[in-house]
Write a protein that binds this ligand. Structure first.
Ligand code: ADP
Ligand code: MG
Length: 556
């Protein structure tokens, strides 16, 4: 059947291809002949045979009320066609209808309907709230980035109730409710005697259908995270074999997910960010000390270091960029380090009584006190901001989130290398003589190159020269430093023995390492005996650096 639309299109085509159509093909279909022009389908209202007036198209009519009908005088087919084309082009360029006169049209009509206004307003509000939430979610994502510690904007959401009521949890509640109208009946239980019915109608408990239904019902007892569907509702009958293998699968899934969960918790502990640590970090952000905590700078055996943006504190200023050194709460590594702390008289009374978790806090505390001493002697090092349990917050050495390179990686030119060497020797002397400390882990990995100078870091294990092994550690530090700068092309670099004497002010002699170390051991032995005879009184370095409280000397 030729539809009016295709008629018009084909006519247009023929007009433009130069052949005039047979007028009979252009008449409206007979079924439309007697209809009122207004009730004709849009396309039919354009009578193109020119013996009837052309009536309004939909574009001439207002959807808001009656308007005057334009009567168009008869005209030729060619006129109609060109007018039609003009109108089409006009409509295309005014794709959006003009609503400027809507209110006037509404006024002209009947009393406006207001019943559904509230609902419409609510729907609009809901739409607005949802858009707000979407925006909020984007903001939240942007704010948290890849950070391990994320902050939820949940409380600022607009559509709590709406979303919650839609949640799967509610659906489960609804399914569980006692008056659930759709809840399928549980299969009837077989009495103790093992069968129901009489005579020919006896059904035993082994009946396939009864058993199947019972098995389906039993799936309700599977773990909540196993989706068992609505087997009862569709009268599903599970054979024993199928039921048993489903049950087996369900148990093994549970065990697997428990194992995974366990692994996850352990692995975060490996990264030092166990839930307790996370909470501590979160509290620091919450208290405004830190603005936010960014990515991890380094993961070592004993600590994890994060970059953070500084916030503010009442008493002290907080640098714009900070690091959080999180001492690992996995204890294995620290066992190797007992020797550094258990003989450090500053901690000796506390060490023996402490549990391992507290000992880790002592490491953080130790680093804080040592840094304070170094700061006092003007040795370039991070400045302590705050200590919270096993998390030490200090200033960031670096710029714009980029940490300063370690000396190992800095690739210094020969001039800088020489400058760095002179500075390191001077710092080692200051450390020993002014701060009464031996770094005990000094190497090109714990010195950073920043703003044209060397910065010392990682002093949690640093000890006082009175420590029974301090000179062994000092010798090791000297060996690292001498080797690094000699290899780095600093011709003036002293050998390890010279460096040891320059730093310590001692005059040990010996050309071989064994000889030298023997002297060091003898010295340390003497020191130890001395300590035992004199008690702690001989250690005169005061705790004015904020060091840990010392035991009161019995002689005092
Ligand atoms: P570890 O005991 O794990 O070696 P460090 O104190 O040496 O701990 O820190 C590990 C790494 O973290 C350093 O090599 C350095 O790159 C980086 N780092 C530590 N403290 C800072 C700081 N204050 N500023 C910049 N980077 C730091
Ligand atoms: Mg280090």
């Amino acid at each position: 059947m030729l539809t009016p639309a295709s008629g018009i299109r084909s006519t247009l085509y023929k007009v433009y291809s130069g052949k005039l159509p047979d007028p009979s093909t252009l008449n409206p279909l007979p079924a439309y002949a007697d209809m009122e022009p207004d009730s004709l389908p849009l396309i039919c209202r354009m009578n193109i045979t020119s013996d009837k007036p052309l009536v309004d198209s939909i574009f001439g009519k207002s959807p808001w009320g009656a308007t005057t009908t334009k009567v168009v005088s008869p005209c030729s087919f060619t006129d109609v066609m060109s007018e039609q084309l003009a109108k089409q082009l006009d409509d295309e360029s005014n794709a959006f209808p003009d609503f400027s006169n809507v209110s006037a049209d509404l006024d002209a009509g009947e009393e406006p309907e207001t019943d559904s206004d509230l609902m419409l307003a609510q729907m609009l509000q809901m739409q607005f709230d949802k858009e707000f939430d979407t925006q909020l979610r984007t903001e939240e994502k942007k704010f948290n980035g890849d950070s391990k510690l994320s902050i939820s904007f949940e409380n600022y959401r607009m559509v709590h109730t709406y979303e919650d009521s839609d949640s799967a949890e509610d659906e489960v509640d609804w399914q569980d409710s006692r008056d659930d109208p759709y809840k399928a009946d549980k299969p009837t239980t077989t009495p103790r005697r093992g069968f129901t019915g009489k005579g020919k109608n006896i059904t035993t408990k082994h009946d396939e259908v009864v058993c199947g239904r019972k098995n389906t019902a039993r799936m309700d007892n599977f773990a909540p995270e196993i989706n068992v569907g609505d087997g009862l509702g569709m009268d599903l009958k599970l054979s024993n074999q199928v039921y048993n293998s489903l049950k087996q699968h369900c148990y093994s899934e549970q065990r697997r997910s428990a194992r995974l969960h366990e692994k996850k918790e352990h692995s975060t502990a490996e990264q030092a960010v166990d839930p307790r640590t996370r909470l501590l970090m979160y509290k620091m952000v919450n208290a405004g000390i830190l603005e936010n905590i960014n990515g991890c700078i380094s993961t070592g055996k004993e600590s994890v270091v994060f970059h953070a943006n500084g916030g503010s504190m009442e008493k002290n200023a907080v640098p714009d960029e900070c690091v959080l050194k999180v001492f690992k709460t996995t204890l294995n590594e620290f066992k190797n380090r007992d020797k550094y702390i258990k003989d450090d008289y500053r901690f000796i009374d506390r060490f023996s009584k402490l549990n391992p978790r507290t000992i880790i806090r002592l490491w953080a505390e130790k680093e804080m006190h040592n840094l304070a001493r170094m700061k006092k002697a003007d040795i370039p090092c991070p400045e302590v901001v705050v200590l919270k349990k096993h998390i030490l917050v200090m200033s960031f050495i670096g710029k714009d989130h980029v940490p300063a390179p370690k000396l190992k990686e800095a690739m210094l030119g020969s001039e800088d290398m020489k400058r760095a060497y002179d500075q390191v020797v001077h710092m080692m002397q200051q450390l020993y003589q002014e701060c009464n400390l031996v770094h005990a882990d000094l190497s090109e990995y714990n010195m950073l190159w920043h703003e044209g100078k060397v910065w010392l870091i990682d002093v949690s294990q640093s000890i006082e020269p009175n420590h029974p092994h301090s000179h062994e550690f000092l010798f090791r530090d000297c060996r690292n430093v001498a080797t690094f700068f000699q290899k780095g092309g600093v011709s003036e670099a002293m050998n390890v023995y010279e460096l040891f004497n320059v730093v310590s002010g001692l005059q040990l002699s010996g050309d071989s390492e064994a000889e030298f170390l023997a002297q060091i051991e003898a010295l340390e032995k003497m020191n130890e005996d001395h300590v035992q005879r004199r008690g702690k009184k001989m250690y005169t370095f005061s705790t004015s650096d904020g060091g840990p409280p010392l035991l009161h000397d019995e002689d005092d």
